[in-house]
Design a protein around this ligand. Structure first.
Ligand code: AGP
Length: 618
């Protein structure tokens, strides 16, 4: 998830663009760049790190007599702030990227999934690449298609691309316009007086204009100082109304949502789309070539150990169920703060996986180092390129959720679960513990998950808010789940604890009769994860055990499974998928439930008490 902003108008654009990037920094901040056009000269300045580094790089360039960035006169330009997914955090990999001539510049947000196919083709045609990114391909494709009409070249380029992205292009031969294209990633026009903006999100230009135009799926947009023209994939013009944005600055940063947590809950489709992205091939196989673990190695490991903390531990737990179920490799699971001090038995035949969204959690890093010192190979599953976890490991499997601001993790959890599924399927594919047809079936379901997530959020948001209204004054909640439902009940309980401060207990439902059942009475709300699974019958009888003691059962179930509704006070249905993939959907109503209860108790969900986003202390 990156941020793009483009400007074409009468005003010097350099500072306008950098100011726009500052409003988009929540989308990515590991490197940034700007390319501006003066006459037919293009000047590009890029820098690693946050925007302050870009500002000083621009000043430096002005000092060196950089014409186009000099003030005034450049009035056309594009800029980008990056959250790396393909290619390390370097200046060469920062956007904007150019074609071989340097006259075409592009900035892209998202992923070009067929970059593995397109790059060798372009290299065979004599194109030279200067970065490791998938995005640079777009600049060379535009160069390939360009015949004096940038809009046509962008349209032809978009037809070659597979993935989910939005990009903006600029050509020195056409200094008075910018052209953009989108597929699944956001792109918005800002219309000013004799000037126009193109950006990934409204905050980028909201200080300058509130008149917007939304670019829809598969459309091409051309802006110049006088306005915007939208066409479809065949070049047919499309009429589009403008809309006036009424948000205040704070709401703008949250994309119009009240809080970062709610914004990030609604970013989960995009987070999983990016994380799965080019790792499921059109043939339905799993491609983890971006993870430096050889096929031979993945075939020979005798045991996997997963270490993590908090929400990441729960994502790891989903990984255990999936990897054992699909790849038949034994998986041991432990909280890192225990693992690092219990003198664990670990060695060269083990693969140890450290799951950490920040990549900076001290306990998880220490557990990873311990395992590495004992000769085990270590894989980091992290969301942050360049984080410590990437240095304390032999290989990295990146989730691609973009920056997560709210302390309570949501989109990084579902991205971690998706990453675990990808790894489980890859090992099963290599070891042939699943047939190629079965791998393809599950891989295609995983690729369809972003739509399932969007569907679930749209379907459950209101009913969950109603259920929360009936429970927000409760003093205790019991969460129950079994098998693949257990990590979800643990995560649901953690979300409620950390943002509403209400005590909860989360238990493997089969354990209830061994003690926690004593907690149940007429007032106890029992939140039960009862999605389809090999043990659903058992879960149904556990729900009965709760009900006969008067507990108020709220269940999450797979659509069409009325048996659960018959034994629960309230049932939240989620779309049907393969049972083992249900956790990615089942957590959504529980995230929203915790969120609503915290909001009804008027609590600050983005900055809960006593908690930090990254726990770097021992
Ligand atoms: C989850 O909402 C919390 N922020 C916390 O439990 C978190 O998951 C834990 O601190 C681990 O963080 P990490 O994924 O960055 O390692």
């Amino acid at each position: 998830m990156c941020g793009i902003v483009g400007y074409v108008g009468r005003r010097p654009c350099r500072d306008l663009l950098v100011a726009g990037l500052e409003k988009l920094e929540y989308r990515g901040y590991d490197s940034a760049g700007i390319a501006v056009l003066e006459g037919d000269r293009v000047e590009t300045v890029r820098a690693v790190g946050n925007l302050a580094n870009l500002r000083s790089a621009v000043e430096e360039r002005v000092g060196e007599g950089g014409v186009a960035v000099a003030d005034p006169p450049a009035t056309t330009g594009i800029a980008h702030t990056r959250w790396a997914t393909h290619g390390r955090v370097t200046e060469e990999n920062a956007h904007p990227h150019s074609d071989c001539s340097g006259r075409i510049q592009i900035a892209l947000n998202g992923i070009v999934e067929n970059h593995h196919d397109l790059r060798p083709r372009l290299e065979a045609e004599g194109h030279t690449f200067s970065s490791e990114t998938d995005a640079e391909i777009v600049a060379h494709l535009i160069e390939l298609h360009y015949d004096g009409d940038l809009t046509a070249a962008v349209r032809a380029t978009a037809a070659d691309l597979r993935g989910h992205y939005a990009f903006v292009a600029m050509h020195a031969d056409e200094p008075e316009l910018l052209v953009g294209a989108r597929k699944e990633c956001p792109l918005i026009v800002g219309l000013g007086d004799d000037e126009s903006f193109l950006a990934s999100a409204i905050p980028a230009f909201m200080a300058e204009t509130r008149r917007t135009m939304f670019v829809e799926e598969g459309e091409i947009v051309t802006i110049d100082p006088s306005g915007a023209t939208i066409t479809d994939g065949d070049g047919t013009p499309i009429e589009r109304d403008t809309e006036e944005v009424t948000w205040n600055e704070d709401a703008a940063e949250k994309g119009g949502y009240d809080t970062f947590m709610l914004k990030e809950i609604h970013e989960q489709p995009e987070a999983v789309a990016e994380t799965v992205g080019d790792r499921v091939t059109p043939e339905g196989t799993i491609d983890l070539s971006d993870v430096e673990l050889s096929d031979e190695y993945l075939c020979e490991i005798s045991r996997i150990v997963i270490v993590a903390c908090g929400t990441s531990y729960h994502a790891g737990l989903i990984g255990r169920y999936a990897i054992e179920e699909w790849a038949r490799v034994p998986v041991e699971m432990d909280v890192a703060s225990e693992y690092r001090y219990r003198n664990p038995v670990v060695g060269p035949s083990d693969l140890v996986i450290g799951v950490s969204q920040s990549g900076e959690t001290a306990d998880t890093l220490a557990a990873m180092r311990l395992a590495r010192e004992a000769g085990a190979k270590v894989l980091a599953v992290t969301n942050v390129m360049g984080s410590q976890a990437t240095r304390d490991s032999d290989a990295v499997l990146y989730t691609r959720a973009g920056p997560e601001i709210s302390v309570a993790s949501t989109k990084t959890f579902v991205s971690q679960a998706a990453a675990m599924y990808l790894l489980g399927l890859r090992i099963a594919q290599l070891r042939e513990t699943l047939s190629a047809e079965r791998v393809a079936e599950l891989a295609n379901e995983l690729r369809g998950m972003p739509d399932r997530i969007a569907e679930t959020l749209a379907r459950v948001e209101e009913p969950v808010a109603e259920i929360a209204k009936r429970h927000y004054k409760q003093g205790f909640f019991l969460y129950l789940g079994r098998h693949i439902g257990l990590p979800i009940c643990l995560e649901g309980a953690l979300k409620l604890k950390e943002i509403s401060y209400i005590p909860t207990d989360a238990y493997a439902a089969g354990e209830m009769k061994h003690g926690p059942i004593a907690l149940l009475d007429e007032s106890t709300p029992a939140i039960c994860v009862a999605t389809d699974s090999p043990v659903l019958d058992k879960v149904l009888s556990n729900i009965e055990e709760c009900r006969v003691r008067g507990a108020d059962v709220v269940a999450v179930a797979t659509e069409g499974n009325e048996a659960v509704a018959k034994v629960s006070e309230e049932t939240i249905f989620i779309p049907r998928t393969d049972w083992i993939l249900q956790p990615i959907l089942a957590i959504l109503p529980l995230q929203l439930f915790a969120y609503c209860i915290a909001r009804l108790n008027d609590l600050n969900v983005d900055q809960p008490r006593n908690l930090a986003k990254t726990v770097t202390v021992e």
